[in-house]
Design a binder for this molecule. Structure first.
Ligand SMILES: NC(=O)c1ccc[n+]([C@@H]2O[C@H](COP(=O)([O-])OP(=O)(O)OC[C@H]3O[C@@H](n4cnc5c(N)ncnc54)[C@H](O)[C@@H]3O)[C@@H](O)[C@H]2O)c1
Length: 354
């Protein structure tokens, strides 16, 4: 079996998710990492031999089949472009970019250079979501009428998420982009109309007065096939990351608790180590996550992308560069709608750009 040689850009939170997921994929070989900080600590932890201070240096020197972009959002655009220009296939973390113009430029460049662009939407590989989709596809709830989905927690660990310039917005672009991409994938249709409401950032936020972007956002969507959706992202949720989905059909309902539902319950009067992403207390009753690398989809996601590179396959439905661009447009449409007080067709934002 030919191993796929991988270079990771970044060395912290998302880079850790990628390196761990690749370590569980027999066909993946992470041979290089590029980052301006935490380089040797990260490389030592995962036994990565080649280390570079910049991605330009890595793309110029390392022999790679695939690059994982785990840098802050505003750097996705230059890094993906540089990878494509070096003839390398790329996995880009969410959101695809901070603007639809940058996102479209990334998709175009990868297409022109003949490289594959994978959009790292891990939700679409989460075992609970795949199982629910199977049940829905069997007809268990009839035709889908309404999708309600959210990702929420108490605030990002990343300093880059605090600034609009480096993040592209607040909770909707950083968290809500997951349920947005999910709703579009499940509805199997393009959104025709988005109505958004967000807090305005800084002093106008509900809780995070130093955060430039919004700390609360909701988007009401109507897809071209008539399916309705409500997508939410917020940073005002205590008690650990809370990712929930409800799907209402003509014959039933499906509910998914992606993060808080665990087969383990612990009561502790003294506390213990890790409970789940963004949980700040392990006292009293808690439900520790069993394996978030698998349950949130990273393992399935990155092994699928590695297989696509090894076997020269296109990205599966929902995780191509175009899909990432469509999800980003849903977020940007939410912002524009909240600002202008009118509904927006997200497709209008990018249809001329590709
Ligand atoms: N899919 C998910 O669930 C998920 C989870 C967390 C983060 N992310 C995404 O991953 C990306 C990184 O987020 P994070 O949480 O790791 O942020 P972080 O603040 O923990 O890390 C930022 C990373 O960017 C790297 N970096 C900064 N400047 C760079 C440069 N010039 N060149 C190369 N690398 C540079 C740093 O080395 C560091 O590894 C973001 O786009 C974020 O949205 C996705």
């Amino acid at each position: 079996m030919r191993k796929v040689r991988i270079g990771i850009v970044g060395s912290k939170f998302a880079a850790n998710l990628h390196a761990t997921a690749y370590s569980r994929c027999p066909q993946a070989d992470v041979v290089a990492v590029a980052a301006p900080d935490n380089l040797h600590e990260f490389a030592d932890e995962f036994g990565i031999p080649e280390r570079y201070n910049s991605y330009e240096e890595m793309f110029g020197s390392a022999s790679l089949d695939l690059v994982s972009v785990c840098s802050p959002n505003f750097l996705h655009h230059p890094i993906v472009k540089a990878a494509a220009e070096a003839g390398l296939n790329v996995v880009c973390e969410k959101p695809l970019a901070t603007t639809v113009e940058d996102g479209a430029d990334m998709v175009r460049t990868c297409r022109d250079k003949g490289v594959k662009l994978f959009y790292a939407e891990d939700w679409l590989f989460a075992p609970a979501i795949l199982r629910a989709k199977q049940v829905i596809d069997e007809g268990a709830i009839g035709d889908i009428l309404f999708i309600k989905a959210k990702e929420t927690h108490s605030g990002s660990h990343s300093p880059f998420a605090q600034k609009v310039r480096t993040c592209g917005g607040g909770a909707m672009i950083h968290l809500g982009v997951h349920p947005a991409a999910f709703a579009r994938w499940l509805a199997a249709s393009e959104p025709a109309e988005v109505i958004g409401s967000t807090t305005p950032g800084l002093d106008g936020n509900l809780l995070h007065k130093n955060l430039e972007g919004e700390d609360w956002a909701v988007s009401i969507m109507t897809f071209r096939n008539g399916i309705r959706a409500v997508v939410e992202g917020n940073y005002i949720t205590q008690g650990g990351m809370d990712d929930r989905i409800e799907v209402y059909g003509t014959k039933g309902v499906v509910r998914i608790d992606l993060t808080q539902g665990s087969p383990i319950s612990v009561y502790s009067s003294v506390g213990y180590g890790y409970v789940l992403e963004k949980a700040d207390s392990s006292l009293g009753w808690t439900s520790p996550a069993v394996d978030e690398y698998a349950s949130l989809g990273y393992v399935g996601e990155l092994s699928t992308f590695v297989k696509c590179v090894a076997e020269d396959l296109e990205p599966p439905k929902g995780v191509s560069g175009e899909d990432g661009l469509a999800a980003l447009a849903m977020v940007i449409a939410t912002y524009r709608s909240a600002k202008e007080g009118r509904s927006i067709d997200p497709h209008e934002l990018w249809k001329e750009l590709l």
